[in-house]
Design a protein around this ligand. Structure first.
Ligand code: SF4
Length: 882
């Protein structure tokens, strides 16, 4: 009888949905975990491709100090020595730590304790500052604590779903599919999408409000005033459970004016606004689901409170199917909030009030408690730039790509005397800047907990041995804590012990004043920790099995138990574009995650969109003389990128969209953080990543081409390149402004394979006068690589040639066809991949539509597309709609 393959129950390391994942063996296969409340067995395409990303390519496997490989003891001694020296000469404010929503809660807890309790610096911030800091500040102002009231079941139960600044179909696909299912089950459900762009999420919308960028707060102020004017308030709820309504209403009325004024300022049709308002009034079960389009703004906190005001005014908080619901970008952004990963938090939902500082100091028995909030991410890196911070430890994040004014961040790190980077990858933009590199465990090797967007704590469990000398981040941080002389405070031997301490702190002198209380888990031993099943906090003596919704009793975590209305005057971005400028919006694409360090390893995840791009409206394209598929410069006073143009009416005129993902290992010049100004929300410190003034111009090139190769020998030396992994090799899209012949000679040296062998046989097709070159390398009957260059970009598709890298021997007719770049039978490939799960291309789908398939279900029956994760359903519908 065949041995049963063990299954590890863990969670997906990507987005804030926090799906449960069942992993077979050592990662041979992954599937959605049926028992996990977040996903009930579903995974999106990124989660379904997790096992493609487990190889050790580009991993950081050994500690390094100043470029030399060392052992862990030497590395941690070096960290400690430089830390001590910095503290001795410049004091605790010269030391900073920058973490990540990718860290597990245990890692975060130890980093925060080390920094704020023992080093004495509160400059401990996180990339979650870029993601949900405004949502946190909004909740704290309204509810007296950073508490998400609702849960995912509310998405199933709502009669109205308002998605504000969220492209959930691509960024939180499993929740989007949940909304699709809810809508299918109850056709009366209405869906409103508020977003300047027409995104894949609009496929579900009954109403798409493509408003002026930044006008969301104004729209919700208008909603509050309209609800009051038309008698749709819950006056009992306002009276019994809130404060500040009249001030907030007066401000909203003054701000929003008449419906006609509101429509003009939001750049929407009056009738559409009214329709939205009527639906909101008529449907008590309303969830407003909001994300980066709201948070990433200079007025993000106000926008959050404008939304929450409308929910408070109608009594729709913490009730089944009725809540404001911020959704986090990262898998453990919420866990970071719980431990105090943000510089303005202390720990366990305590801030820097004197009694909180005293309480945490006593609990930790900490000798050097920070007593003031530290610097938030953008200010923190500014302090690195101007020399106030001289030692920084960066964990699991890539600020050289993700932070605003990324080129300045690079310069800041270049000047910083000590940069320590803990990462699982060895070649990120940020790791390249490190003086001390510490190899971290990654997904599959880590052991700990995460908390998703609905407050659900889940275990992330290991199923692989840590490779090389990779170690957990909490272990490295604790090692430095012990070397500093705090053996007892950092003496844990297992993450279960760290978690137990974190849980105990959450309940310490809590008395129900702080919503975050998981003291019910403080007694877990290692076996209990290993067996922990998903649970939504709080978990304490009142809620031993966790609590589905908060505030359903109308009691909040303010001094008097009442929620607060916050008066808002909604400000539109005060940096409007000048002549010839456009507004650049940024965000994610369907199949990639953050700076691609993990998803960029999976060939199939780069088949949907394989190059960095700028989306712009046809009118702007004409005005700026840019054609679809052409390369374009996008630039401003801060920097410049080169990306491929996509012309689409999904964009409003005057506005661009550029995805956030591409970093130096994946493209020559596409780090869009370099163009985003460091403008932040004054309350939350969250950068305004959705609004940058830029110019767009055509990029003049003399040739375009592509290169495929079995091994990656280096990065191409040319004006533009973009990289994608292939099964069995690598693909570079290329373009240059130099002589094609010179480019050919230079770039052909990048073709190669591992190991030695006889020299490859080169097949060439050249027309130097026309600047048209094709060069193919074959060895022992196998394709080694190919370089195709053409002045006008007339090139074959890459599928067939790229696919030959997986073959050990070419047939004679294939060999003859190599320089043509097309299969001997002349058959066209499937075209750009639409369904990543089943590798179904656009051409194949169009063929089925031509053959009579009239629905996504019919396409699914014919080709299986759209029948697994569902991420491609909006695109299938678009193809069906013609
Ligand atoms: S929706 Fe996708 S990326 Fe997000 S947690 Fe689930 S599987 Fe992972």
């Amino acid at each position: 009888m065949a041995a049963r393959i063990p299954v590890t129950e863990t969670t997906c390391p990507y987005c804030g949905v926090g799906c449960g994942v069942a992993v077979q063996g050592a990662g041979e296969a992954v599937a959605g975990l049926e028992s996990h409340p977040a996903n009930r067995g579903r995974l999106c395409v990124k989660g379904a491709a997790l096992h493609d990303t487990l190889d050790l390519r580009h991993r950081l496997l050994y500690p390094e100090v100043d470029g030399a490989r060392v052992g862990w003891d030497t590395a941690l001694d070096a960290v400690t020595r430089r830390l001590r020296d910095t503290l001795a000469r410049y004091g605790p404010d010269s030391v900073a730590c920058y973490g990540s929503g990718q860290l597990l809660t245990e890692d975060y807890y130890v980093a925060n304790k080390l920094m704020k309790g023992f080093i004495g610096s509160a400059h401990m911030d996180t990339n979650s500052r870029l993601c949900m800091a405004s949502a946190v500040a909004g909740y704290k102002r309204a509810f007296g604590g950073d508490s998400v009231p609702g849960c995912y079941e509310d998405l199933d139960q709502a009669d109205l779903l308002v998605l504000a600044g969220s492209n959930a179909a691509w960024t939180h696909p499993v929740l989007y599919q949940r909304m699709v299912a809810a809508r299918k089950a109850r056709p009366d459900v209405r869906v409103v999408v508020i977003d300047p762009r027409r995104t894949a999420t609009c496929d579900l919308a009954d109403l798409h409000l493509a408003l002026r960028p930044g006008a969301d707060g104004l729209l919700f102020n208008g909603l509050l005033a309209w609800l009051a004017r038309h008698g749709h308030l819950d006056r009992d709820y306002i009276r019994d459970h809130t404060r500040g309504f009249q001030d907030a209403l007066a401000r909203a009325e003054a701000d929003s004016g008449s419906l006609a004024d509101l429509a003009r300022r939001c750049d929407l049709r009056e009738a559409d606004i009214e329709r939205f308002f009527h639906w909101f009034a008529e449907r008590p079960r309303t969830v407003t689901f909001y994300s980066q389009g709201i948070n990433q703004s200079a007025t993000g906190t106000d926008k959050c409170n404008a939304i929450i005001n409308c929910h408070l005014a109608t009594g729709r908080v913490g009730k089944p199917g009725a809540s404001p619901f911020s959704i986090t970008g990262q898998p453990n952004a919420m866990g970071g909030r719980e431990v105090g990963g943000l510089a303005n938090q202390l720990a366990a939902h305590m801030d820097f009030a004197a009694d909180d500082v005293d309480r945490v100091q006593r609990f930790w028995n900490a000798p050097n408690m920070a007593s003031e909030p530290g610097l938030k991410a953008v200010d923190l890196f500014q302090a690195v730039a101007d020399g106030r911070i001289r030692f920084i430890w960066i964990l699991s994040t890539n600020p050289l790509v993700s932070l605003p004014e990324a080129d300045r961040v690079r310069e800041a790190l270049r000047r910083c005397p000590t940069v320590v980077v803990s990462d699982c990858m060895g070649d990120t933009d940020t790791v390249r800047m490190a003086d001390i590199k510490l190899p971290a465990c990654t997904w599959g090797e880590k052991n700990g907990t995460v908390t998703n967007s609905e407050r659900c704590i889940s275990r992330q469990r290991p199923f692989l041995e840590a490779p090389g000398e990779a170690r957990p981040d909490w272990w490295a941080l604790a090692g430095v804590g012990r070397r500093l002389g705090y053996a007892e405070a950092f003496g844990w031997r297992h993450p279960a012990q760290v978690f137990a301490e974190h849980a105990a702190l959450s309940g310490f002198e809590n008395d129900g004043r702080r919503a975050f209380d998981i003291s019910g888990l403080a007694a877990l031993d290692q076996a209990g920790y290993d067996a922990l099943t998903p649970v939504r906090w709080p978990v304490n003596r009142h809620w031993p099995r966790g609590r589905r919704r908060l505030f359903d009793d109308g009691r909040f975590h303010t001094d008097d138990g009442r929620a607060r209305f916050v008066p808002i005057t909604a400000a539109l971005p005060d940096d409007p574009p000048g002549a010839g400028e456009l507004i650049m919006n940024t965000g994610r694409i369907r199949d990639q995650w953050h700076t691609m360090t993990r998803t960029g390893k999976s060939p199939r995840l780069l088949q949907h969109i394989g190059e960095p791009f700028v989306a712009l409206h046809p009118r702007d394209a004409r005005r700026h003389r840019i054609e679809d598929g052409q390369l374009a410069h996008v630039e401003n006073r801060l920097g410049a990128i080169i990306v491929r143009a996509r012309i689409t009416t999904d964009q409003r005129p005057g506005e661009l969209f550029v995805p956030m993902h591409w970093s130096s290992p994946f493209s020559a010049r596409a780090r869009l953080g370099a163009l985003v100004p460091a403008i932040t929300d004054p309350l939350s410190g969250q950068p305004q990543s959705k609004f940058a003034r830029v110019r767009v111009t055509p990029c003049a090139v003399r040739w375009q081409g592509f290169l495929i190769t079995r091994v990656r020998r280096g990065d191409p030396d040319c004006l533009y390149w973009s990289y994608s992994p292939l099964p069995g090799g690598h693909l570079f899209e290329l373009a240059g402004d130099d002589e094609p012949d010179r480019a050919r000679r230079r770039l052909a040296t990048l073709i190669g394979e591992a190991g030695q062998g006889e020299a490859p046989q080169w097949l060439d097709l050249q027309d130097p006068t026309a600047g048209h070159f094709r060069r193919v390398a074959v060895r022992d009957g196998r394709l080694i690589g190919a370089l195709f260059i053409h002045p006008a970009g007339a090139l074959p598709e890459r599928d067939w040639l790229g696919g030959l890298l997986q073959r050990d021997r070419l047939e004679d007719d294939e060999r003859r066809a190599l320089l043509g770049g097309e299969a001997p039978d002349g058959g066209a490939g499937d075209g750009p991949v639409v369904c990543t799960c089943f590798q179904v291309g656009e051409r194949a789908i169009r063929a089925r539509i031509d053959a009579g398939d009239r629905s996504v279900e019919a396409l699914g029956r014919s080709l299986r597309c759209g029948t697994n994760c569902g991420s491609c359903l909006p695109e299938l519908k678009q193809l069906l709609d013609g």
